[in-house]
Design a protein around this ligand. Structure first.
Ligand code: N01
Length: 546
């Protein structure tokens, strides 16, 4: 790879400052260095790993097969790293990312416990100036915001929260030293991916676990198991082919090692044309996945509701207490609107004597007191309150930093009615700032490592191009941004993601006051990268370079 003439301004701490040392940030550092650029990573956490540093709650694991949820940039790394399970646990992924930091000697350019509070574009010099929690002031020509799609925790604020004398802990800020749960009276709010993973594990050790549920979820048994040596060897022997399949796949996932729930319809049968006997046979064969095999549920709401009924039937057959089962059945929103969840025995957990459910639809939380949670119909005494209440997704990590662009504009204000980006990578008025897995890119809809390799690879090549051509400023053309935004909206139209009844973090509806805007690009990873590569081939069309 050619090495560009790097800007050697004495006043610059780096050519590129990367915010975040998660998967995107680590990879960005590696490829920027390879391109001869000086990069420095600023990370809020005391360790590397991003999501996989912070989310260390009991049961935390990935729901993409481990052999696919890993980097393909180095065949030696692929061969030497051993995954122990089909779906890797948080500690194993955190170890993997630490291994990457060591193996590629990344740590010397990573500052830990160094959260960025402000980033300001200096128009006189075409540079970015950073302020950090540690009081540092740093300057670079370019910035890569590797701040993650699901990294700004959402913490509800019920009346009395400050009064609670027990422990309050968020799944996404789980302390490294752990939380004492054995024998305790524990309440958990939230039944998305995090809550659903944590609930069966916490139930095993809690004195009593009370689950506070606002919306019943769709979740499928993960069927996670140990990865045998033979299975691993088989995949490793054809890793190049697998990676090519991932890069070419809509969601960056080849599905080789059991990503069951992401399987789309297996044939073209329509549930609307099915008989009760056929539906019963589907239940017998596929269990919870019986609702996912039909070809007409993705676009036809009536068909979708018939499929949901199959899911409800499985809940009915799994959960012994009829009232609890009824409350655990998703209603009022379609299958395919929210991020699917994989679980390790979630519904069966409600058959345990030490687990109870509070259905917040009928019995909302009124307040938190010194000793527990008061709902409309009762009071639950607690020692520990776990918040599995999600994230200000895709935009929160960016808008929580004071990012100031040209003319003193503030990103938080510019995005007050929804994010505006070009390719999810740049945003007009904020020159030289590039976003990884940002709103308007596939982001959360495509497996991160392969997506990051493609997108962060594209960004680093762009930075190298700018440096090689002596260009100091790359802003986004407002018209190109407008057209990309329209395209992002257009491809999402008619899908279950944007159904009127769909409230999800994909569209900001999980955060009070957040504008309802569908955030990721749903056109698929290959279509997205074709567009990015086309932009590059045309001299970075849509960016204004000077
Ligand atoms: O967050 P969520 P998450 N009062 O937003 C409830 C990824 N992930 O952390 O549905 C009461 O999905 C909220 O209720 P409602 C994955 O992409 C992956 O679980 O808004 N309840 C919901 O039940 C995932 O989708 C993995 O009505 C309140 C829950 O809290 C994404 O992260 C593991 C409330 C939040 O669910 C986010 O998942 C974990 C309130 N005020 C996460 N506010 C894997 O790889 C919120 N809720 C497996």
């Amino acid at each position: 790879m050619s090495t560009p003439e790097v800007t050697q301004d004495a006043g610059l701490d780096a050519d590129v400052i990367v915010v975040g040392a998660g998967m995107s940030g680590l990879y960005a550092l590696k490829v920027l260095r390879e391109r001869g650029l000086r990069a420095l990573v600023l990370e809020k956490a005391p360790g590397v790993g991003g999501t996989w540093y912070w989310n260390r709650y009991p049961g935390a694991r990935c729901d993409i097969p481990s052999l696919e949820y890993s980097f393909g940039f180095d065949p030696e790394l692929e061969q030497e790293w051993e995954w122990s399970e089909h779906f890797a646990s948080q500690p194993e992924i955190e170890r993997y990312l630490n291994h990457i930091a060591d193996r590629y000697d990344l740590r010397r350019d990573i500052r830990l416990s160094c959260g960025v509070t402000a980033a300001t574009f200096d128009e006189a010099t075409d540079t970015w100036v950073f302020a950090t929690e540690t009081g540092d002031r740093l300057r670079s020509r370019f910035v890569i915001m590797a701040t993650g799609g699901l990294s700004a925790p959402h913490r509800p604020d019920w009346p009395g929260m400050d009064r609670f004398q027990g422990t309050v802990v968020q799944t996404s800020l789980w302390p490294e030293e752990g939380v004492e749960l054995e024998g305790k009276r524990i309440g958990i709010v939230g039944t998305g991916s995090s809550g659903i993973q944590a609930i069966p594990e916490i139930a095993k050790v809690a004195g009593h676990l009370t689950v506070f549920q606002r919306t019943a979820a769709f979740t499928w048994p993960s069927q996670n198991k140990e990865l045998t040596e033979a299975e691993q060897a088989e995949i490793k022997a054809k890793y190049r082919q697998l990676r090519e399949e991932q890069y070419a796949s809509f969601s960056g996932t080849a599905g080789t090692t059991g990503a069951v729930i992401f399987a789309f319809p297996t044939d073209d049968r329509k549930i609307r044309e099915s008989t009760p006997e056929e539906r019963e046979a589907a239940l017998a064969e596929h269990g919870f996945s019986a609702c996912r095999i039909w070809s007409d549920t993705a676009t036809d709401l009536d068909a979708n509701e018939m499929a949901v009924e199959l899911f409800r039937e499985m809940v009915r057959r799994t959960v012994q207490d009829p009232e609890t089962a009824e409350a655990l059945m998703p209603r009022g929103y379609p299958l395919g609107c929210k991020r699917p969840v994989l679980d390790g025995g979630y519904f069966a957990t409600f058959n345990r004597d030490n687990v109870s459910l509070v259905d917040l639809q009928n019995d909302p939380i009124l307040e938190v007191t010194e000793t527990g949670v008061r709902t409309a119909k009762g009071f639950v005494e607690l020692d520990v309150l776990v918040l599995a209440t999600g994230f200000d997704a895709m935009t929160g990590a960016l808008t929580r930093i004071d990012v100031r662009g040209r003319d003193g504009r503030l990103l938080r204000d510019d995005w007050a009615s929804g994010p505006r980006t070009y390719l999810g990578i740049g945003t007009a008025g904020y020159p030289n700032l590039f976003i990884c897995v940002g709103p308007g890119s596939p982001g959360v809809l495509a497996t991160y490592p392969p997506q990051i390799e493609l997108q962060v690879g594209w960004i680093s090549e762009f930075v190298q191009y700018l440096v090689e051509h002596g260009l100091t400023r790359a802003d986004v053309d407002a018209q190109a941004q407008e057209e990309w935004g329209e395209h992002v909206n257009q491809v999402a139209e008619g899908t279950m993601f944007t159904a009127a009844s769909c409230n999800s973090w994909y569209n900001g509806a999980n955060i009070e006051g957040k504008p309802r805007v569908f955030l990721p690009y749903v056109g698929g990873l290959p279509v997205y990268m074709d567009k990015c590569n086309d932009v590059a081939a045309h001299g970075y069309e849509g960016f204004v370079l000077s």
